[in-house]
Design a protein around this ligand. Structure first.
Ligand code: ADP
Ligand code: MG
Length: 238
């Protein structure tokens, strides 16, 4: 499962309306990319879905259940933060186990999930290391592992690769796409990088000043952009 619907979702900070009422449907298992220039509201929209910000209006449903008033931990979603959000003093195993430990999960179930995530992410040989002893790509995989073990209905990524150098970014992009195929779980991926959007997405949501300019597959947006903003954004390199 992992179908997310936004119905007239709106966000104001004080008097400033950052997200005017917005409708969006994310289908179960889709890889959806939110793309748009800096400050257009991508992170805010993701945080509203995650429950890290309260909506100013509208409704969010996750797999048909009203989620608007649920706290983040009850939404069944996992936000993947940049790799620097790891605990430096804890081993990889403990970093990955952290959300499970917080939830009071039985140790044998924790171990089972950690082993499964470590296999999916090629981290089995690194579980006893600390983040400082890993490469940037490995650290990013640990951050993803911490999300996988929760077996969420959807993964939410906010520019997860922006800390990595260009070569590593290409590799991680492919790894995340591969992981999406393996897990077949909904992923929402925020980026301002058109190449990431075009290469990773099933569906791209182009945002501009908090509203949706166009939604479509990479090919649809490329072939039939609705306006010059979409055309310019999709067509031109960074
Ligand atoms: P993006 O992720 O696309 O770069 P953001 O969602 O971070 O954009 O920000 C969208 C707009 O909302 C920006 O104008 C930003 O300054 C504003 N904003 C974001 N968070 C807050 C906040 N906590 N308080 C006030 N304004 C905010
Ligand atoms: Mg942002």
């Amino acid at each position: 499962m992992g179908r997310i619907t936004l119905d007239r979702v709106q966000k104001k900070f004080g008097d400033v309306e950052v997200i005017p009422p917005l409708d969006l449907i994310i289908e179960d298992g889709e890889f959806v990319v939110f793309v748009g220039p800096s400050g257009c509201g991508k992170s805010t929209l993701l945080r509203l879905i995650a429950g890290l910000e309260d909506v100013s209006g509208g409704e969010i449903r996750i797999d048909g259940r009203p989620a608007t008033d649920l706290p983040p931990a009850k939404r069944g979603l996992a936000m993947v933060f940049q790799s620097y959000a790891l605990y430096p003093h804890m081993s990889v195993r403990k970093n990955i186990a952290f959300p499970l430990k917080m939830a009071g999960m039985a140790q044998d179930e924790q171990d089972r999930r950690i082993a499964k995530a470590a296999t999916a992410l090629n981290l089995t040989d690194y579980l006893d290391r600390r983040p400082g002893q890993l490469s940037g790509g490995q650290r990013q995989r640990v951050a993803i592992g911490r999300a996988i073990v929760r077996e969420p209905a959807a993964f939410l990524f906010d520019e997860p690769l922006s800390n990595l150098d260009a070569a590593l970014r290409v590799g991680m992009r492919m790894e995340i796409s591969e992981l999406h195929k393996t897990l077949a779980t909904t992923m929402i991926y925020v980026t301002h990088d058109q190449v990431e959007a075009m290469t990773m997405a099933d569906k791209i949501v182009v945002l501009r000043a908090g509203h949706v300019e166009q939604v479509g597959s990479p090919l649809e947006l490329y072939k039939t952009p609705r306006n010059t903003f979409v055309a310019g954004f999709i067509g031109s390199p960074k």
